[in-house]
Design a protein around this ligand. Structure first.
Ligand SMILES: Cc1cc2nc3c(=O)[nH]c(=O)nc-3n(C[C@H](O)[C@H](O)[C@H](O)COP(=O)(O)OP(=O)(O)OC[C@H]3O[C@@H](n4cnc5c(N)ncnc54)[C@H](O)[C@@H]3O)c2cc1C
Length: 466
């Protein structure tokens, strides 16, 4: 059905409503390869306008698609007709309360801007998706985003205390508290985290802050054997040192980056780790020395410690250059963010090696060894039909391997449309049915971001689904 544009215009003003095909095109995709245009796009200014739009959607029965920065990797904000609701006008940091170490923000605030604002007060907001320079706080909550710091600091859900949410039927509710403790009623805040825009639109977030760490120390090590690299990671944690980052690159990644940068990476090593510790200056030198000993004890063929900020940046250069380096191997890639218990990482990477051989594919693994989240990149030429088909099969088998190892098919990117055909394999039919019932109870007309999470009608979308 056609959208009630006159009423929408009355709610948000004509300048905050898009209708032309060129403009709609810009809101038809995210960072996945999927694409489908909406009928309209609105930019509400506040919770009241959002509530009015949601009530209108129920009355006129059109679908609503919440959208932050559109940086999602699984098509979670892609519309199928209907109305895209962009949160970028709700972009105020409303409060930073240093004494209680909390902050209140609107959902359209860019994560890096928020981190910078709190750091000016000596505070720290740890969640660090690689997209933090452009993704929004609301999008981060909706996808429960996380990054390298998860091994020590956890992910977005660990910092969210409360929300203001417009429910799919239009009511505005507040969940959670402004306190560390709070056990009154069901934990609706946790329910909303990772709900991918299907259970409501967040209009305010109350988040927890930490004191900013005093300093960091960084070290890299190369290992002849992958198992030794993972052993070094596990031994470090067992030694009661919790680094803020424990990144791993497999041999294919090391070679790709070395071919790209020519910085003398150990291409004979099966794996490299980059480990960073943060905290009080007084203990860091001791910790980093101990980690180096642990790496040597595991037979590291090289270790390098950063002695200055300049050297630290050089050590990070290899890790940060992975994406452009992989671009030289193939024009396209499928990036799966599978996660297994950290001790299973070697088994996972070896199995992925076998998958690559079996399907005649190049598969490159790197990621967050500390939390077992290994980005598995199946390199492909998207114009090569055979390669695409083989890659699709490899993805299915990869998920079986990961679930068999006690892992999850997504540690970071979520379900959206890309992984909706596989969700039942992880959560089971009864688990999925319980989720469906929650969705139905909160959104009886299926207004809010339909087609996500539960098996989507994917026939309408152009592009790749994996
Ligand atoms: C280069 C790159 C690197 C990335 N690295 C990481 C990473 O390290 N870790 C990681 O976890 N992810 C990563 N991502 C994925 C992505 O950035 C995250 O999922 C991010 O949180 C999405 O935020 P966004 O503002 O772009 O949301 P969008 O993509 O616009 O939307 C994502 C979902 O959130 C919903 N949503 C958005 N705002 C709201 C709101 N206010 N209320 C309710 N629902 C809402 C949408 O409906 C949709 O379902 C990366 C993406 C890119 C492109």
């Amino acid at each position: 059905m056609s959208l009630p544009f006159a009423i929408l215009e009355a709610i948000v003003g004509g300048e905050n409503l898009l209708r032309s095909p060129e403009e709609l095109y810009c809101y038809s995709f995210d960072a996945s390869k999927m694409r489908s245009a909406p009928e309209g796009v609105v930019f509400p200014a506040n919770a009241e306008q959002i509530s009015a739009i949601v009530k209108l959607a129920n009355e006129h029965r059109f679908a609503l698609y919440p959208r932050g920065a559109g940086s999602g990797m699984v098509g979670a904000c892609i519309p199928k007709g209907g109305l895209v609701l962009v949160t970028n006008r709700l972009k105020s940091i409303l409060e930073i309360d240093g004494d209680n170490m909390i902050a209140v923000v609107e959902p359209g605030v860019i994560t890096a801007d928020f981190q910078e604002a709190v750091s000016k007060q000596g505070l720290f907001y740890p969640p660090d998706p690689a997209s933090l320079a452009f993704s929004t706080m609301g999008g981060n909550v909706a996808m429960c985003s996380g990054g390298p710091r998860a091994v020590k600091y956890g992910v977005t859900r660990d910092y969210l205390l409360g929300l203001e949410v417009v429910l799919p039927t239009g009511e505005l509710i507040r969940t959670g508290t402004r306190t560390m403790k709070g056990v009154v009623g069901y934990d609706l805040t946790r329910l909303m985290v990772g709900s991918e825009g299907t259970l409501g639109i967040f209009t305010r977030l109350v988040v927890r802050l930490l004191p900013a760490p005093q300093s960091v120390r960084t070290l890299t090590a190369g290992f002849e054997k992958l198992e030794c690299a993972v052993n070094a990671v596990c031994q470090t944690l067992k030694a009661r040192i919790i680094p803020s980052t424990m990144e791993l690159m497999d041999q294919a990644t090391i070679c790709a980056v070395e071919n790209h940068l020519h910085i003398g990476l150990p291409t004979l090593a099966e794996a490299m780790v980059l480990i960073e510790v943060d905290g009080p200056d007084a203990v860091l030198d001791e910790e980093v020395t101990r980690i180096e000993e642990i790496c040597r004890g595991q037979g590291a063929i090289m270790t390098r410690k950063a002695r200055s900020e300049e050297e630290r940046k050089r050590l990070w250069l290899a890790r940060r250059s992975i994406s452009p380096a992989l671009g030289r191997i193939r024009s396209g890639k499928i990036n799966e963010d599978v996660t297994v218990p950290r001790t299973k990482v070697p088994e996972l990477i070896r199995s992925i090696g076998s998958l690559a051989k079996k399907h005649e594919l190049v598969i490159v693994c790197f990621g967050h060894a500390g939390d077992g989240n290994i980005h598995t990149n199946i390199m492909l030429d998207r114009k090569n039909e055979g390669e695409r088909t083989r890659a699709g099969r490899a993805v299915e088998e990869l998920f079986s391997i990961v679930l068999g190892l006690g892992g999850t098919i997504s540690g970071e990117h979520g379900v959206g449309m890309a992984k909706s055909p596989f969700i039942e394999r992880e959560v089971g039919s009864e688990g999925l049915e319980a989720m469906r019932r929650i969705k139905k109870a909160l959104d009886p007309l299926n207004i809010m971001n339909p087609g996500k999470m539960f098996v989507a009608d994917r026939t309408f979308i152009e592009g790749d689904f994996t």
